[in-house]
Design a protein around this ligand. Structure first.
Ligand SMILES: C[S@@+](CC[C@H](N)C(=O)[O-])C[C@H]1O[C@@H](n2cnc3c(N)ncnc32)[C@H](O)[C@@H]1O
Length: 433
């Protein structure tokens, strides 16, 4: 009998990977899975994330081994093979157990004809490893990036692109933001008492790297709202918001609410409005705020069309954490690189421009707009700010750049770091008085 987690991984990946006819988000599919014992859940998650991360290399190796390609009707078998090779190359699980497990999965997929093939291929895979398989390959094949994305990264960051590609393959660290409202030493002690290692971040004062990773709900202090899971770079934009204590702040693209919670903690007496176009995702903002025992006014609406939701009272500050290519967080959402197309980038830039221009008039003279993305593509970031400044004579830039990892004409660009922060960009724009 095939074990449940491996079978579920194949069925889940069929719904995710566009090349296999999927197209749904990895996180959504994982959220729909039945409740499993912790170890099985861990295996399922690892297989699904891992195959998305390394899909191109795995595919390439498999193609090289086969005299003729599998029929297109054998998509599930193909995925079982990719999962098996992934498990052999990237997991610590005993090789013989892996080689024995996947033929059973083929049988459970009603493809008993593939069991022998699977066994033979996995035996072959166990005699090599990812390093050897990728040794003579170009970066996009070795690091499993679509060609169009690699070309953009290589053009934007010729000196850093190889590292960016490598980092996109590494699992992200578990980073938390300690709450503003509880003594940090107290929360840290709770983590240490559980045998966890806690390391301070170098950029954000409330960032702590926790190891070994564990499900967020199992972190001491999480349920009480003493800490939130948030990447270190993602903690920086909200720190640039300036407002009088009882001012009005807009979080213009708020869901799932990581930065809304941070703003609510920083400005407890402010009127905080959290807007998102996706009413369903606003529920997650509410849950986050409830856990932190914070409040905000939640609105569902298009930030690019304020007439549909704005009450006409100016804001002191706006945080626009814009929809973007998410190229700075590929290691966290490895399915995105297969879902996106080259043409999406121009569309995203257009959307960002539209929102930027629509919310600028909502800010009072002297107020600030913090524009942020988890993208590492210049056209969504420094290029977007450059064009904005050219269009708006009443805007001037004042971004603290001490944390930037590369020099850009505008804003602060961070590139992703192994075991460190995600790739992120932010810029602060101040309106003339
Ligand atoms: C990068 S995420 C925001 C993450 C969030 N700030 C946080 O820290 O948790 C971008 C969000 O923008 C929302 N969005 C996309 N287009 C929008 C629009 N036109 N108006 C308002 N929200 C929009 C998406 O639904 C998504 O929740």
């Amino acid at each position: 009998m095939a074990d449940n987690a491996r079978l579920l991984a194949v069925k889940g990946l069929l719904k995710v990977l566009p090349a296999e006819g999927g197209g749904r988000s990895l996180r959504d599919i994982l959220a729909e899975q039945p409740v499993l014992p912790a170890a099985e859940r861990g295996l399922l998650t690892d297989l699904m994330f891992g195959v998305c991360r390394h899909q191109r290399l795995l595919d390439h190796w498999l193609n090289e081994q086969m005299d003729k390609p599998l029929k297109s009707s054998a998509k599930a078998v193909r995925l079982a093979l990719l999962c098996g090779v992934y498990e052999l190359w990237f997991s610590e699980r005993p090789q013989h157990a892996v080689v024995n497990a996947w033929p059973d999965v083929c049988r459970a997929l009603k493809a008993p004809w593939a069991a022998g093939l699977c066994n033979a291929l996995l035996r072959k895979a166990s005699r090599t490893d990812a390093q050897q398989a990728g040794r003579h390959l170009d970066v996009p094949l070795r690091c499993s990036l679509p060609d169009w994305l690699w070309q953009r990264l290589d053009q934007a960051w010729p000196e850093q692109a190889n590292v960016i590609a490598e980092v996109s393959l590494s699992p992200p660290p578990l980073t938390v933001r300690l709450s503003d409202v509880v003594e940090q030493a107290f929360v840290e002690q709770g983590l240490l008492d559980e045998g966890l290692e806690v390391q301070r971040g170098a950029l954000a004062p409330q960032a702590r790297y926790i190891s070994p990773p564990r499900p967020v709900h199992a972190l001491p202090g999480f349920a009480e709202g003493y800490l939130s899971v948030q990447d270190e770079a993602a903690q920086l934009p909200a720190l640039l918001i300036e407002s009088p204590p009882a001012g009005r702040i807009l979080d213009a693209c708020a869901a799932p609410g990581g930065k809304t919670g941070q703003l609510a903690e920083r400005f407890p007496d402010a009127t905080l409005v959290a807007l998102d176009i996706d009413a369903g995702r606003l529920k997650r903002v509410r849950d986050n705020l409830d856990r932190l025992q914070q409040t905000a006014t939640l609105l569902s609406g298009d930030a690019g069309k304020p007439t549909t939701w704005w009450d006409g009272v100016l804001f002191d500050a706006v945080l626009l954490d814009a929809p973007c290519s998410a190229t700075g967080i590929m290691r966290r959402q490895p399915d995105l690189k297969w879902h996106r197309r080259d043409s999406d980038i121009a569309n995203l830039c257009g959307l960002q421009t539209r929102i930027l221009d629509a919310i600028w008039p909502l800010i009072r003279p002297g107020g600030v707009l913090v524009y942020a993305t988890c993208s590492i593509l210049p056209e969504e970031n420094a290029g977007q700010v450059e064009a904005f400044l050219a269009r708006h004579g009443d805007a001037r830039e004042d971004t603290p750049t001490e944390h930037r990892s590369v020099v850009t004409r505008h804003g602060c660009q961070l590139l992703p770091v192994e075991n460190g922060p995600d790739g992120f960009f932010f810029a602060r724009l101040r309106k003339a008085n």
